[in-house]
Every structure is written in C-alpha cells, then in structure tokens.
Design a protein around this ligand. Structure first.
Ligand code: DGJ
Length: 733
C-alpha cells in the first residue's frame, strides 16, 4: 500500500470513456487560466489562455464556442488544427509541430489522441495537471505536465515522450510546449546581446511567418540571445498596463523559441530545446523529458509579469532564493593573473575594511607544469601554483578566516587549455573534430561532458577544493567559450546527441555538487552573462551579469535582466570601468547583488568612508532589495534617467534608486510617482548614501508623507546632473 497522501494532497482523476462528454481541463492560478478541451476527434485543443474568468460555466461556454469555431462548415466538417495543444507532424498539420518522429517501420507520422488527465494538488500553492496522450496506431505515449503556482501566477510546462517499439525511434522535434493566441496584433520583446552588451531589449510587431529566437552555441548558450521574451497582445504593453505573456525556457544548452503567425492571424509559440542538428534516437521504454517552459500571464503590464517571476524564482526557481547573499571583494580587475600570497593577504584586509562578507579569488591561482600566468595555459590543472602560492589554498583559507573574511574561489572546470597536463593526459576528453584542426576561443577547448569520466573529473574539481583545509564559502563557475567544431569521441555514432547530452552531463555534475554541498553558494559566470537561465539557477545562487561594469551601461543591462530575474540573483560589481564617482558606481551596483572589484587602496579617504557607509546601508536594506517587490518607475530606454524601487511584503519599508544618466541641459523632471506602498500609511522619506559632507539632493529628505501622496503626487527624486544618483529609504512611521 502506497503512503497515504498528505493532508493537503488529493487527486482528482478523470478518465474519459470515448462515449462520454469530452472534458474541459482548467489549469488555474489566482489570476490566470489555461483552458484545454478534448475535441470530438479525441484530440486536445487549447481554448483559452488569459485572465481567469468568474464561474466555471464560462469555461464550458468558451470551450463550446471554440469547438464550434474549429469547424469549417463546408458540408464536410473538419477540425481546424490551429490550436492543437501538442501538434504532431506527418498527417494533416500544416504548421509548426511540437513533435516529429520516424517509427521503426519508416513511417514519419504521428497522431496523438487524448487518454486521461489528473490534477494533483501538491500543497496550498501548487497543483500539477498531467495529461496523457497516445498514438492510436503506434505504441507512442506523450505526457504533458503543467505545474501551476497559484500565488505567483506562474505555470511550468513540460512534456515526456516514450514508446514501446522494438528499436529506437528517431525524434526530430520535441517541444516543451506550444501555446496559441488570437489577437489583432502581437508585440514581441526579445533580449539579445554579445559579450559586454548583454540583454538589450528590442520590441517589434510580429509579421506573418515564423520568427525564431534560438541558440546554436552549445555551451555559453545565451551569449547572443537570452531564452526569454514578452509577448503583448493587441497593443504594446507598458510597465503597468497591457496584456502579455512572459516566457522563458529552463534549459542551459541550445534553446529555441519560435513564434509562428499564420494565415488566419493566429499565433503559436513553440518552446524547448533547439532540435537543430540534434535528432534524438530514443530507445524503447526510455523517457525523453523536455525542459520546463516557465510562463506568466499579466493583464496589468510588464511590471506585474516581472514581479510574478521574481516571486516564483525566490521560492521555487533559484537555489536558496529566500536566503541571504554574500557581499564580496573580487581581485580580478585589480590584479588579473598577477598576484601572490602577500597581495591576497592585503586584499583580505581590504575586504574587511570595506565591510563586505567575502574575498573572491579569481582566475590565475592554478597550474604548475604550465602555470596559469595568462589565458593561454594551465586551464584544467586545478592545483594551486607553487611559485605563486607556496603554502597552497588551505593556507589562504586559514588566513582569510583569521582576517575575519570568508573565502571564495573561481573555477572554469568545463574547459581546458591545450597547454595543460590535463590535455596531455586526456586528449580524448576534449570536444574536437577528427580530421580537422582544433578550433580555439580564448586559447581553450571544451571538455566532453557527455563522457561520465569527464563528469567525475569536473565534480572532483569542486570536491577537492572543498576537501582542502576548511573548504571555500563560494564558487564563481566560469565558462568562457561556446562550442565550435564539436565532436564527442565518447558518443561515437550518436553525434546528434551531443548538444543535449553535454547539458544533461553538466546537470548530473551539478546535481552531485548540490547533493554533497547543499549550502554552498555559487555564482554562474560566462565571460559575462553568457549563461543566464532558470535551468542553471536551480544550482546557482546568482549570476554574473556582464563584464561591462561601466555604471551607465550597467543600468541598461541590469534593467534588462530585471525583467525576468530577481535582484539578489544579478551580481553587480563596482569596478574601475567608467570615470563616474564612486557614489554613482556603488548606487548602481546596489540595485542588485553588491560586490566590489576595485583596488581599495586607490580610494580617497572620503570615498572609502562613503563605501563603508553604503555597504552598511546595503546590509541593513538588503532584505527589502532582495526579497521585496520591484517597481520600475522610469525606464532608461524612455528617459534620460532610471528610477526603480523595492517594497517589502507588508509595505512598511521601501528603497528607491534614481539614476540620472545623460539629460539635456536643465532637464524638467516632473515628480515621480512611487508604487507599491500602502495609501493609508505614513512614511518617512530619507536620502541615504551621501558622500561625507555632501548636501542632500532631495530637499524633502526627512519629511513624512502618506502613501497616497507618494503614489499620486510623487517626489522629485532625480538630480539634474549627468551620472548622478539618489537613494531613498522610505520607512513607515
Ligand atoms: C570572465 C569573467 O567574466 C571575469 O569576471 C573573470 O572571471 C575572467 N573570466 C577570468 O578569466
């Protein structure tokens, strides 16, 4: 007898007998609903995705209406295939398929009819709907999963494909989801970039045909396109108005998001692993599980969509999303590869002087036969360099501890320099084509994570460091190249599995690390932000947003990431990039997870005092910045400044950041209306983060106002000079 289900868990099971009324399946959150309906032909259709309607009867009407509209009344009714929930290929579907396969007998078609569904209430907040489909002729089953998060208004959707044919079937398409929309116009916001130019937002109206956002880079997959989008219906959505879906795929390899606008102006969005060069031979009885597609529907603009995703990410999407993060001092831009024990010991003290939690030792600490004195050698040889660090890592860990700072370390364990002992000993562990020259990028090659021996090696890189001395408190896990000339000796004649198995192999390693070191925070880095997705963030507490740390550029980059990721996951460091004041740089970095990568000794006395004050303020206010609701008040793409605020759950504390970028002479800034406060409460507004002896920018600092006033009249929160900033602490009194 299986364990009794917990008090909160119950199962409703509906199995459809062919003769019964075809069911309507509702996948609901507090504010939105996805309605599916089994048609008379036993196939599964989407009737609706949008604002939740009142009363169940509405859904019945809706599904009936829609079923009628499927029928083309030409005397010989046929079902319109446009809204199939998981469209197949090979019979009568004329559009993008979710799934395509070839059977053992060579038949290239698939049909999927409805079998059953069940909704399992996992707890007070989460329910999971599982829908079974099968081919009427071939032993192929597809199971669709929908996990609905009520309070966050987020749905996670994925699919499982299985068959019982004698030999493997070949899969050519295997989408996570297919969603359908009917609107007059569709506005797509995408996020594209490159090294040091991450997540630039572009909005355009979709025209007929298929628009594809994808990656073929294998590793560092998000370098040019990030797997996330907003799709606004009818009119462009703004921060506080408009209907839109925000979607992202939790996959860290090649992904594909396709937007197909058809001849009837219906839009279908297909999401999943990019099937490009990745046909997959699936053995009998094995399950192919797609990554999850995560989405939220908002009828009050992009701001609410972001808040939904942030709330979901905090609780469910990011490792330790509700736990505090470590502020840090990193040595990369101060020393690059040029450091020794003495320099590091000084920097431990610097970290303490700033008041941050940790010192993070970056690239350059390893390699002996081929020391890592630049990016051309040593990668793969994860033993500390004796000439640089004669007493080893354990000694550094102890020294940091004595100084009173935590110690974190950089690794790039998926990569190897040809000039390394690892490469000399295991040339077959590298992805490289036979009969062609090796193809380098930053003088390095990618290790073959499809190979379990390589997976063990990568796990051991982390494990060995953790087993040295007292271990480290933090890892920065870097990845500085994409795949080119990719071929796995291990995969032999199944090279089309490479992109998928690499990512799965990496997940296996990360699973092992998480199991053995569950409380170990890790930063995901990829030569800047080439890896930013919710597949990885199950294992990582945060990510490095960009190597571009010029604070003006950073405002835009951080703005872009904030659309999908909560502030505590976006690592922002104060560096020597840009000529702006230390105040401006620090205030910009404080809107996310604050760190420093500066030579503390270069700071003037008043600058150091300012930074110490700002770090102390940040520590006091980080619960609001990290866990609060974010309101983007003024966008840098629409104005010469940016204003953002965070409010805690009970609306008693808020923090506002205002950045003036490049205004024309004497800008006329109207008062900015705040958001997310309680209209009835009284708040004291105080300007903080002032340089020692500096005058306040906000004359009203120290005054008290009702939430009503702050939200309807507002405050003139912006200074008028170029590259200046104002930080306000708003406290209920
Ligand atoms: C790229 C990262 O983005 C940098 O922060 C730094 O860690 C270098 N790699 C080290 O090689």
């Amino acid at each position: 007898m299986k364990k009794l289900l917990s008090l909160f868990t119950f199962i409703t099971m509906f199995t459809l007998a062919q003769s019964q009324e075809t069911p309507v399946i509702q996948i609901e959150t507090n504010n939105s609903v996805l309605v599916l309906k089994v048609g008379k032909d036993q196939k599964l259709y989407q009737c609706y995705l949008g604002t939740k309607l009142t009363g169940n009867t509405s859904y019945d009407v809706l599904s009936k209406e829609n079923t009628r509209s499927f029928v083309i009344n030409d005397g010989n009714p046929i079902v319109n295939l446009r809204h199939l929930v998981y469209p197949t290929f090979g019979t009568d579907n004329l559009f993008e398929p979710a799934i395509r396969m070839t059977h053992n007998d060579g038949n290239p078609s698939l049909e999927l009819i409805y079998v059953s569904y069940q909704t399992i209430k996992k707890d007070d907040n989460i329910s999971e709907t599982i829908i079974k489909l099968k081919d009427p002729q071939y032993p192929v089953d597809v199971t669709l999963h929908y996990r609905a998060f009520n309070n966050e208004n987020v749905i996670e959707q994925w699919s499982e494909i299985q068959h019982q044919e004698k030999n493997p079937v070949m899969l050519y398409n295997y989408a996570s989801s297919m969603l359908h929309f009917d609107a007059d116009h569709y506005w797509l916001t995408q996020f594209h970039g490159d090294w040091a130019k991450e997540v630039r937002m572009q909005e355009s109206e979709l025209t007929s045909g298929t628009k594809v956002i994808d990656s073929k880079l294998g590793a560092r997959a998000d370098m040019y396109q990030t797997p996330m989008f907003f799709l606004a219906l009818n009119d462009k959505a703004s921060e506080n108005s408009g209907e839109l879906v925000a979607g992202t795929i939790a996959w860290s390899g090649n992904f594909r998001l396709a937007f197909e606008l058809d001849n009837k102006n219906s839009l279908r969005i297909s999401s999943g692993i990019n099937p490009f060069a990745s046909e997959y031979s699936l053995p009998s009885g094995k399950t192919f599980t797609t990554p999850t597609f995560i989405y939220t529907f908002s009828n009050t603009g992009k701001g609410q969509a972001s808040r939904n995703l942030h709330a979901w990410a905090r609780k469910y999407g990011i490792k330790d999303g509700e736990k505090p993060r470590l502020t840090l001092l990193n040595n990369w831009e101060t020393t690059y590869f040029n450091f020794d024990e003495k320099k590091l010991a000084d920097m431990f003290v610097d970290a303490k002087t700033l008041g941050v939690d940790m010192f993070l030792l970056d690239d350059g600490w390893f390699g002996n036969k081929y020391p890592r004195s630049g990016d051309k050698s040593g990668l793969g040889d994860w033993q500390s360099t004796k000439t640089k660090l004669p007493n080893g890592l354990g000694f550094l860990m102890k020294q940091a501890e004595t100084t009173g700072t935590k110690f974190g370390i950089w690794i790039e364990p998926e990569m190897v320099n040809p000039k390394s002992e690892l490469y000399e000993n295991h040339p077959d562990w590298v992805l490289k084509l036979p009969n062609r020259p090796e193809n380098y990028y930053r003088t390095q090659l990618v290790l073959d994570l499809c190979n379990p021996a390589v997976q063990d090696f990568v796990f051991k890189v982390v494990d060995d460091i953790m087993q040295t001395g007292s271990g480290v408190s933090f890892f920065k896990w870097d990845c500085n190249r994409m795949m080119t000339s990719a071929y796995s000796t291990y995969l032999k004649n199944q090279q089309s599995h490479l992109f998928i198995e690499y990512t799965n192999g990496l997940y296996k390693v990360l699973d092992r690390i998480k199991a053995k070191y569950p409380n170990l925070p890790m930063m995901l880095c990829s030569g800047g932000g080439g890896r930013t997705d919710y597949g990885f963030l199950r294992y990582f507490t945060e990510f490095w947003a960009s190597d571009d740390t010029d604070p003006v550029n950073r405002v835009y980059i951080q703005w872009g990431y904030s659309q999908f990721f909560p502030s505590f996951s976006i690592c922002n460091h104060v560096t020597s990039w840009g000529k702006q004041s230390i105040k401006f740089k620090t205030d910009v970095a404080m809107m996310g997870k604050l760190g420093f990568d500066i030579n503390v000794k270069d700071l003037k006395e008043n600058e150091l005092k300012y930074v110490q004050l700002a770090v102390a303020n940040y520590k006091r206010l980080s619960p609001v910045i990290w866990q609060g609701d974010m309101y983007r008040l003024i966008s840098p793409s629409e104005d010469s400044r940016a204003v953002v605020m965070y409010t805690d759950a009970v609306k008693s504390k808020a923090v506002l950041f205002s950045y003036t970028l490049h205004p024309m002479y004497d800008p006329l800034y109207a008062p900015v209306r705040l958001q997310g406060l309680d209209a009835k409460k009284m708040y004291k507004v105080e300007e903080i983060n002032l340089m020692p002896g500096a005058r306040r920018s906000l004359e009203e600092s120290g005054n008290s106002y009702t939430g009503d006033f702050l939200m309807n009249v507002g405050l003139r929160v912006s200074a008028s000079s170029n590259e200046t900033s104002v930080v306000l602490e708003i406290t209920e009194i």
